[in-house]
Design a protein around this ligand. Structure first.
Ligand SMILES: Cc1cc2nc3c(=O)[nH]c(=O)nc-3n(C[C@H](O)[C@H](O)[C@H](O)COP(=O)(O)OP(=O)(O)OC[C@H]3O[C@@H](n4cnc5c(N)ncnc54)[C@H](O)[C@@H]3O)c2cc1C
Length: 386
C-alpha cells in the first residue's frame, strides 16, 4: 500500500516526487515513457523561461545543481512589440537580481528532476506503464497499470498532461480554449547579439518570440493559424531559414537553423476543480497555460510545492495526507495564484491575434496604457518573478 500515487513523471509529477523525497512517505510514480526516455529526455524544442522563484525552488529540490553550465541562459529583460509600431514595452527585474529569470530546455528540466527524484530514493518508479483509475473506497485509491498490476494508495495525484484522463475519471470538467493556432519552436543562430533580451513581437497575422540562449543562439517561436503553419512544414531547412529571416525583417541579421522544428497546437485548459476525495491535480492537468506568458511549468512547479507542503505537514503530524481540508486549501491557494494570469493570458493571446480595426486600436492602446501605469507594470513584473 502506497501513501501517494503520482500518475505522470513529466516536470510537474517529478517535482512533487522530488519535493517529498525527504519525507517518510511511500510514493509510486507511474509514467508511460520508458526509463531511458526519462533519464535522457529527447530535446523537444521548448525552452522554458523560469522565474527567479522557480529557480529558487529547483535549487531547493537539488535539481538546479544537476544542470550543465551551458544549459541555463540568463533572461535579462523582456520587450513587447506591436506590429510595425516603434513603441516598446519593456519588463525587467527591479528587485536587485540582475536577471528576470533564466531559459532552460524542457528536456534538461525533466532530466535534472528525474535525477533528483531518483537520487533521494523512497519512490518506486513504474516506467513504461500507463495508469488507469479503477475505484476508490473510504481510505484507498486503486489504479491499474497497463501490465495488469493494481496499485493501492491513500492519495492519488494526476500530473498526466492538460488532457488528463485521470481528471476525467474523477468527473472533473475543464474549461478548454482551442486557439486554432499552432506554435512552431526551433533554435536559430543569428548574426546580431540578443544581449539577453527576449522579444515578444505581436506582428500582424503572426506572433514571433525570440528567446535568448547561449552561444549566439535564440529560441525562435512562431505562432500562426494552423493552416498557414502547415504550408511552412513543406520547406526544407535552408528555405525555412530564409523564410524566417524575412518574417523577422532581419532584426537579428542572418539566421541559421540549429535544431529540428517542433509544432505545438495551442489549447489552454483550466480544471473546474483541482481536488476530489483522496485526489488532486497538479501541473498542466490542473492549469494548462497558453505559452505566450511563459508560465505553464512555473505554475506546475508552484502546484507541486503547494500540494507537497500540505502532504508533508500532514505526514509530520501523523494525520491523513488526503485530509479534505488540506486538499481544499491547496485548491483555493493554487486557484488564487493562477486564475488571474490564466485569464489575462487568454485575453492577450486572443486580442493580439485579432486583426480587426478595433482590436488593432486596442492592441496599441493596451501596451501604452501598461507602460503609463506603474502599478500594472509592477503586477506583471511580480508575476514574471513568480
Ligand atoms: C512551446 C511551449 C513553450 C513553453 N514555454 C514555457 C515557458 O517558457 N515557461 C513555462 O513555465 N512553461 C512553458 N511551457 C509549458 C510547460 O512546458 C508545461 O507546463 C509543462 O511541461 C507541463 O508539465 P506536466 O508535468 O504538467 O505535463 P507533461 O509535460 O505533459 O507531462 C505529463 C506526463 O504524464 C505522462 N502520462 C500521461 N498520461 C499517463 C498515464 N495514463 N499513465 C502514465 N503516465 C502518463 C506523459 O507521458 C508525460 O510524461 C511551454 C509549453 C510549450 C508547448
Amino acid at each position: 500500500m502506497y501513501d501517494l500515487i503520482i500518475v505522470g513523471a513529466g516536470p510537474a509529477g517529478l517535482s512533487l516526487a522530488a519535493r517529498l523525497a525527504q519525507s517518510p512517505l511511500r510514493i509510486a510514480l507511474i509514467e508511460k515513457q520508458n526509463e531511458t526516455a526519462l533519464a535522457d529526455p529527447a530535446y523537444d524544442g521548448r525552452e522554458i523561461a523560469l522565474t527567479q522563484a522557480s529557480i529558487e525552488r529547483l535549487e531547493e529540490l537539488g535539481a538546479w545543481q544537476y544542470l550543465r553550465a551551458d544549459e541555463a541562459a540568463p533572461l535579462r529583460r523582456a520587450d513587447v512589440l506591436n506590429g510595425n509600431s516603434p513603441f516598446v514595452l519593456g519588463f525587467a527585474n527591479r528587485r536587485g537580481k540582475d536577471a528576470l529569470g533564466a531559459l532552460v530546455p524542457n528536456s534538461a528540466i525533466r532530466r535534472t528532476l528525474y535525477q533528483t527524484a531518483k537520487a533521494h530514493g523512497d519512490c518506486d518508479l513504474f516506467a513504461g506503464e500507463s495508469a488507469t483509475f479503477v475505484k476508490r473506497d473510504a481510505e484507498t485509491n486503486y489504479v491499474r497499470l497497463s501490465d495488469g498490476r493494481i496499485l493501492a494508495g491513500k492519495l492519488l495525484v494526476g500530473a498526466d498532461t492538460r488532457f488528463s484522463p485521470l481528471r476525467q475519471s474523477q468527473g472533473i470538467g475543464a474549461h478548454m480554449t482551442d486557439f486554432g493556432r499552432t506554435m512552431l519552436v526551433c533554435r536559430v543562430r543569428h548574426e546580431r547579439p540578443h544581449d539577453g533580451v527576449a522579444i515578444e513581437w505581436f506582428d500582424h497575422n503572426q506572433t514571433i518570440a525570440m528567446l535568448p540562449l547561449n552561444d549566439s543562439q535564440s529560441s525562435f517561436v512562431l505562432t500562426l493559424p494552423a493552416d498557414a503553419m502547415q504550408q511552412l512544414g513543406a520547406l526544407n531547412d535552408a528555405d525555412f531559414a530564409a523564410e524566417i529571416e524575412n518574417r523577422t525583417q532581419k532584426r537579428w541579421g542572418a539566421l541559421a537553423l540549429t535544431s529540428a522544428r517542433f509544432l505545438y497546437p495551442l489549447v489552454a485548459v483550466y480544471a473546474q476543480r483541482f481536488v476530489a476525495p483522496r485526489f488532486a491535480l497538479i501541473g498542466d492537468a490542473a492549469v494548462g497555460m497558453h505559452p505566450v506568458t511563459a508560465h505553464g511549468f512555473n505554475f506546475g512547479l508552484a502546484s507541486a510545492f503547494l500540494l507537497g507542503r500540505e502532504i508533508a505537514e500532514a505526514a509530520r503530524k501523523g494525520a491523513d495526507i488526503a485530509d479534505p481540508q488540506r486538499l481544499a486549501r491547496f485548491d483555493r491557494l493554487h486557484r488564487r495564484a493562477t486564475l488571474p494570469l490564466f485569464t489575462a493570458t487568454n485575453a492577450i493571446a486572443k486580442l493580439y491575434s485579432d486583426e480587426r480595426p478595433l482590436a488593432r486600436l486596442a492592441r496599441s492602446a493596451g501596451l501604452r496604457l501598461m507602460q503609463a501605469t506603474p502599478g500594472a507594470r509592477a503586477v506583471v513584473e511580480a508575476s514574471l518573478r513568480g
